[in-house]
Design a binder for this molecule. Sequence first.
Ligand code: GAL
Length: 374
Amino acid sequence: MKKKVVSLLTVAALSMSMLAGCGNKAADTAKDAAETAESAVEEGAEAVADAVEETGTEVANAVSGDLADKKVGVCIYQFSDNFMTLFRNELQNYLVAQGFNADNITIVDGANDQATQTNQIQNFITSGVDVLIINPVNSSSAATITDLVVGANIPLVYINREPDADEEQRWEDNGWNVCYVGCDARQSGTYQGEIIVDLGLDTVDLNKDGKIQYIMIEGDPENVDAQYRTEFSVKALEDAGLEVECLDDEVGNWDQATAQQLVANALSAHPETEVVFCNNDAMALGALQSIQAANRTVGTDIYLVGVDALSEALEDVIAGTMTGTVFNDHFSQSHSAADAAINFLNGQTNDRYIGCDYVKVTADNAQEILDSVK
Ligand code: GAL
C-alpha cells in the first residue's frame, strides 16, 4: 500500500474555524459546566481524590497492557456505503499493523438503522470491549450513545459523522475519553465549487444566459457532510461572482442507483442543466450513467463533480467523463481513529476534534491521487 501524498498542513486552521463556528453556544455551555464542576469539587473533594487515585491505577494497568490483548469494537453505519467500505478495510489493516490481533477486532454493519446499531453497541459493552470506534447511523443519537459507552467506562472514538457542538462540549466539560475524527465538509463543498469556477463562466454557461444552471444531488440530509457540501459548493460559485440557478435539489442518500434515477428525471425535466453537483462520488457515478443515457457529454455540454475520489471516479476524471472530485482521505481518517483509540488505551487523552484535509482533484492530479490510493 503506497503512502498517501497529501499533507495535513491546514488541519489546525480547519479545527480552529470549526470551533469558531460554534462560538457562543459552546461558550455558554462551557460556563455552565464550569460552574457545575466548581460546586461538585466543593461538595466532594475527597470523592474526587479517590476517583483520581483509582483512575491513575487504571491508567497504569492500561499502559502496561499489550495491544494484542485489547478488544476493539467498530460500528459502521452501513457496510454497503462505498466510501465507508474503503475506510473500514483500511482501519482493520492499520489496527492489525499497530499490533492488535485480528481476532480481537470486530466490525459490525448498522444496516443504516439506529436501533440495530444501538443494540450492537450494547452487545459490545456486554462482551467487554476495551475501546469502541463508532460511525453513527444518526449523528443526533450521539448523546445517547456517549452516555451508554461512557457509563460502561469504555473510551470512544466517533468517525465520519460528526456529533453537534453541544455534544462535543459535553465530552470536554466532563473530561470523558471521547473524541471525533473527520474532515470539515465545508472544505470539500468549496473545492467542488472552485473546480467549476476555474473552468470560467464562458465555458460553463452553455446557454449564454449569464447564469450557471445546476442540479444538486444530496447525501443523507441529517448528515452535516451533505448539508455543508450542498451549501458550500454553491457558495463558492457565488463568492466568485457567478449567478446561479438551482433547477433541482434531490436527496440521493449517498447511493449510486438512487442518484442515477434522480438525475435521469432531472435531466429530462431540465435539459438546460449545465452542472451536476453530487455530494459524493457514488452518486456522481450514477449521475454519469444518466448523463450518458441522455446523450450528453461531460466536458462538452455538461459538467459533473463529486467527492471521495473513489478509484472509479478518478478513472473518469482522467478520461474526462467526470469534471472533478475531492479526495476524502480515508487513510488519514482511519489511521487517526486507530491512533486515538490507542492513545485512550494507553491512558492518554485526545483532542476532542481530530481533523483531516480534503484535496481538490481534477485531470491535472487525478493520476497522482489514483496512484496514492492503490
Ligand atoms: C461521507 C462520504 C460519503 C458517505 C458518507 C457517509 O464523508 O463522502 O460517500 O460515505 O460520508 O456518512
